[in-house]
Design a protein around this ligand. Sequence first.
Ligand code: ADP
Length: 473
Amino acid sequence: MSLSVTLDALYEAAFLTDEQFRILDCNDRAVELLRVANKQALIGRSIADFPSENVLADEFPTYLKERLTAVPFVVIECRMPRDDGSLFWAETVTHRLSDATHLVTFRDVSARVDSLHRAEEANERLRAAIRDRMEFVSNVSHELRTPLTSMSYALTNMLRGICGTLPEKAVGYLERLHVDVKRLMTTVNDLLDLRQMENGTLTLHRSNIPLSFLLKDAANALMIQAEMKHQTLTVEVPTEECYVYADRHKIERVFFNIFSNAVKYTPENGTISARIEAQDDRVVIKIDDNGIGIPPEALPRVSQRYFRVGEQVAGTGLGLSIVREITELHDGTFAVMSPVPGTTQGTRITITLPRCQAPDLFIVTADAAFAERLRVALAPLGLTHRPLSEKDIDAQQRAFCSTSKFIFDGALTDTAVSAAVCKIRRHPDSAQSPMVILTNAMEPLMKREFARWRVLVRPTTVSPEELRHLLCN
Ligand code: ADP
């Protein structure tokens, strides 16, 4: 079989070239593709005359020769000019043959490349539109956050009775308003966080935080909504507090979003229960409800952004994606199960977070009985209690860190307490630490002085609950 017959049998435009890539022969498809009069118009020309982009024409033969010493064939995609001036996208394959000649084929891939380019352009336009939309949404969210915060502040104060006793009906309206304002604030914060997570600017402000407090706070924030639906919302925590090294506000949002879904997707009179389990170096938080549950096919997608199951209650489809993304940023894990294991209904969300050491509580006193009373009252916090005499501060400074907490015995002289406070505040690691002085007698002037150092003054009869809150918030 002659070589030209072999070339003609090929679907692609095919050329036989010499060592220098000058065309010795070609098939009819090459004549057609390059729109020349006949084969003679191509024979004798160099393959280097064709490639117009990607590879410089002068370097084309050298490049091919070099590559062909390493591999049996070289594929190059480039735009090629025809003699009539038109261009097409070609996939060129150059094969090294045994007698130092080459077999070169050109395939017109313009349709594929053009559609790829069109798809890339459409993709870029889509990405730009999504960027614009996110930009717009986060700008609007920023604008909404300030007025919503002040509305929430005003409503909290009114509900606390700052404007006097309000009629029962008014309290009812205000409570509903407060629930709605809080819901709007959650959505606004979700959108802002999402934006920051997307462009990698979300910063976590981590400290050792007590998980039970956070979980209870989040549950309390949803209590009114649960009560409106006559739901039972319970939180079970271990006797000894578990600490996690986390961003308090972000983890609060994680719990808030989960509780908020549980309330939303559980019918009236339903039950929602949360519990914390300590497991070696991790803490497991399980939040169960006996609500409508999630269909099995939707389970893998519920924590994807904007995903919502069906058309049920209004929502943004962002809550669980925020939960998962924030949890993962804390090196935690997220899982969703439906029905709740061991039952036939409802949803269980499980979060695990790495555990960290309990912070130190320094008790500045000369009275062993005072220290012991606090140890008993604050036992649920699981803090490491460290008695500290005001004279020891210099020696013990190395033990202070950003999570240390301080309680002062007001029985010490004001001078001794203020000297101790100054030293602790000036230490870079304890500059922001919570400090409380327990005393029943202090001059208002002195109180103001301590307030400047961000030190709280409370009576010795302060309840353990309030003290725990002061130390943990
Ligand atoms: P949404 O704002 O729509 O609630 P989420 O991301 O929080 O968005 O949740 C995604 C979807 O997962 C919801 O639309 C809902 O269908 C489902 N879902 C989430 N939590 C629960 C739950 N506790 N019970 C039933 N369905 C839930």
